[in-house]
Design a protein around this ligand. Structure first.
Ligand code: SF4
Length: 427
């Protein structure tokens, strides 16, 4: 018999391309260093990352770090949004600063949603849900259109971004409205905002995203690099590699100071440092850049999670009501959707008893795996019973539907309580 793999339902096959083609690292390699991994981490639902080691290192050593995400208020918040919210909350619980943006500028520019509607959906669907799931005061919850920092930074980033680059990522054409382009840069500004001096300066920041969001992350990492005053590069030397710090828009005095503090050799436009580690040089450069009015951004980190499939198979789509469960669905309605969901059951009960079910093809199992069962050993039991043919889909679905009903009921009660607490979040 093959080794039982209760996490096997989240297939990685479709994602391996991301590792190879885009240089996303495997999350598994870091898992052993995380003290209380979230169930998305333990269950390999989070499968990849960029620079998450910097966040982890800050978490372990007690240095500042942050987690941020944005939500476009264009419809109902659903289980996919819940995944991102849970990750922001988990990082807040680990001591990080939490940032939650309502991307109203994007919703207005791209979906033509009125500002009033953006505000209503932003609060009722997203902010209340995040608080209900455990977001605590101290989190920076904001609407893009109301944040001077974000709008100013988006403008500044716009100086370094050009039309071709944005079109390659977002598919812009001559017909695309300008506000849409601005909203793409605003997203990058959201991602970099936690590193502004108003929020305690440069730090590792993680953006938990679905695998399709990597282009935004790549764009923002590129912009962070471009707006910084210095480029730090490791160079191969004759006997030992060294670090070169090149000033782009840096004043000569700043470069001189870097040379002095690192003991490096000063040239016209760069300093070569031989005796310090990359981390030591980066720390000096960051400090000098900040004093000379630069940003000194660290490249934002990201984690990538797998998608849930739609309840009817195929992709989960917000335009197909039956394919997803919204956090504001009536509990009975949510339960009904579970009862109508596609399972990995066999055609007949006899066949199921003989061959066992196929949890890796089952959207009900996916609900249990992603959302409804916290205890790994309990999930393992479900998995074993399913593949062993002792669990039948009718009973299993009922069990999942009941859990979904309970979750939605409890969540919506907490959302109502959260309404009273909006003031604590500056809303
Ligand atoms: S028994 Fe449960 S987990 Fe297994 S295929 Fe049926 S519904 Fe899915």
């Amino acid at each position: 018999m093959n080794t039982l793999d209760p996490w096997g339902a989240v297939k990685i096959d479709n994602y391996t391309k991301l590792f190879d083609e885009f240089g996303i690292s495997r999350f598994d390699e870091l898992l052993g260093n995380i003290k209380n991994p979230h169930r998305y981490m333990r269950r390999h639902i989070i499968f990849g990352h960029r620079s998450y080691d910097s966040v982890l290192d800050a978490m372990i050593t007690g240095k500042p770090f942050a987690a941020m995400s944005g939500f476009m208020p264009s419809g109902k918040a659903h289980l996919g949004h819940k995944m991102v919210m849970e990750m922001i909350i988990w990082h807040q619980q680990q001591g990080g600063d939490a940032f939650l943006a309502i991307a109203d500028m994007e919703a207005h520019a791209v979906r033509n949603i009125s500002w009033e509607k953006c505000r209503e959906l932003g609060i009722n669907e997203y902010i209340l849900s995040a608080i209900a799931l455990g977001l605590e005061p101290g989190a920076h919850v904001y609407f893009q259109s109301k944040s001077d920092h974000v709008r100013d930074l988006a403008f500044e980033l716009g100086v370094k971004a050009n039309f071709s680059e944005l079109s390659a990522i977002y598919g812009f054409s001559g017909e695309t409205n300008i506000a849409h382009m601005v909203s793409a840069l605003t997203q990058s500004a959201d991602i970099l905002q936690p590193q502004l001096k108003e929020f305690r300066g440069p730090k590792p920041v993680v953006i938990p995203v679905g695998a399709d969001q990597d282009p935004h992350i790549r764009l923002t990492r590129g912009l962070a690099y471009k707006v910084n005053m210095f480029i730090i590069e490791k160079r191969p030397g004759n006997d030992k590699s060294y670090i070169s710090v090149r000033g782009k828009a840096a004043p000569k005095e700043a470069l001189k100071e870097i040379a002095k503090r690192t003991g490096g050799k000063l040239y016209e436009e760069h300093v070569d440092v031989f005796a310090l580690s990359s981390e030591e040089v980066e720390a000096v450069v960051r400090d000098v850049e900040l004093r000379y009015g630069g940003y000194a951004f660290m490249p934002p980190a990201s984690t990538y999670h797998k998608f849930m499939t739609g309840l009817q198979g195929g992709k989960m789509s917000s335009s197909v009501q039956e394919s997803f469960i919204a956090l504001s669905d009536k509990p009975e309605e949510g339960a009904k959707k579970v009862m109508r969901a596609i399972t990995g059951g066999r055609v007949t009960i006899e066949e199921q008893k003989e061959k066992g079910g196929e949890p890796e093809k089952c959207s009900v199992y996916e609900l249990l795996l992603f959302h409804l069962i916290e205890d790994d050993s309990e999930l393992m039991e479900v998995y074993k019973d399913c593949v062993g043919g002792t669990r039948v889909c009718g009973v299993c679905k009922k069990h999942a539907a009941e859990r979904m009903k309970e979750f939605l009921k409890g969540h919506q009660e907490k959302m109502e309580l959260a309404r009273e607490r909006l003031g604590e979040f500056g809303i």
